[in-house]
Design a protein around this ligand. Sequence first.
Ligand SMILES: Cc1cc2nc3c(=O)[nH]c(=O)nc-3n(C[C@H](O)[C@H](O)[C@H](O)COP(=O)(O)OP(=O)(O)OC[C@H]3O[C@@H](n4cnc5c(N)ncnc54)[C@H](O)[C@@H]3O)c2cc1C
Length: 378
Amino acid sequence: MPTVANLPTPTFTFDPDAPGACVAGVRPYRSGSYRLDAESASGKLIVHNYGHGGAGITLSWGCAAKVKGIVQSHIAASHETEVAVLGAGVMGLTAATLLLDLGLTVTIYADRMPAKTTSWKAGGQWAVSIVKYDGKEQELKDILKTSYETFKCSIGKGFGVVERPNYSPIPAENLEVVMRLVPRLLPPREFLERLPFEHHTQSGYKYQTLLIEPPTFLQRLEQDLRQRGVTFVQRKLASSSEVVTSLSQTIVVNCTGLGAQTLWHDTKVVPITGQLAMLPPQPALQYLYSKNGYLFPRSDHVVIGGTYQEHVNNETPDKALCKLLVHYLAAQFGKATPIPIPDVHVHHPRNARMVDPTTPAMLFPIDSPERQALVRAT
Ligand SMILES: Cc1cc2nc3c(=O)[nH]c(=O)nc-3n(C[C@H](O)[C@H](O)[C@H](O)COP(=O)(O)OP(=O)(O)OC[C@H]3O[C@@H](n4cnc5c(N)ncnc54)[C@H](O)[C@@H]3O)c2cc1C
């Protein structure tokens, strides 16, 4: 077997009490599928674009292009010139960007400005994680293609996008799904007899994908929007009727993520909390790594994540969980004593239970065979 040179090993020094070391974000998951459609309410066109779970960054440009298409067809007949975008996360900012290209005057209304959104907290891998698309295969294919190509074109242009290999000892379902839906969009995966890391003896896979650094990406989108005359209004909207009656714009694009649960009484929207451990940056690491959790070396931090707490809507970081998560990843690189494969933390409202509160809630996509097996086993 040819010798494979090892890539640099991460350093796992981690102080969960350091400011900003632990972060918790809540994914806006929607059962069945994300919502991307339009309705009319009291003479207004409402375009919905929310519920993208753990893949909002990934799908953003493709969904924004669909929103643009819907609005473009509408204004061809109505000649309206103003649009309200609700939400300043990635879905709102990308939709607003493409709506400007239609010559519309865009106003963004949001309770939280970009730096306070879930989007800002995302890990940033371009992958289809924790999102359902029942009955929407064709639409998702278009979205993936547009999104990937748009991100790829923005490499090196200040949007925080780079190409990276992702090494995984097991098939990465969130990238495999892209290969099934849009063959040849991503470069082919490679099977490796041994992963190129110290202490790794097992085989694995090398994928090629993109890493999008959310703080850089969102900051750039916001800056460009402001320069192009978009107004940001900090405002919490209480109900869909307030949206319809109080906003002057007759076209409204609803990109409120988890907020759509109350704003639009959408009971399909489910919070899924994820914990992230933010380690100091390590520029020598030019790869992503994933196995029941992930390690994304970015220019601002090495982000370790992959926990999954369904029906939990809590942005207070769980320091103990973050510490365990770092330990689990460190053990895979021979830098900590191995601990058993952490279990899935199952928390259904009808059947609330926790497998073991001392082990991390690891990430398996909803309905994945691994997750189902673990749920059955408990
Ligand atoms: C830990 C973690 C890791 C992740 N990693 C990745 C990843 O690697 N790759 C990836 O693609 N995705 C990832 N995601 C998923 C991604 O972050 C989300 O899918 C995405 O942020 C959703 O964007 P959004 O714009 O819909 O929602 P948000 O970013 O939550 O923005 C919603 C906006 O709507 C506003 N709003 C809501 N309700 C109201 C209201 N009533 N009135 C006024 N304004 C309102 C909010 O203030 C906010 O401005 C991750 C998420 C988490 C939590």
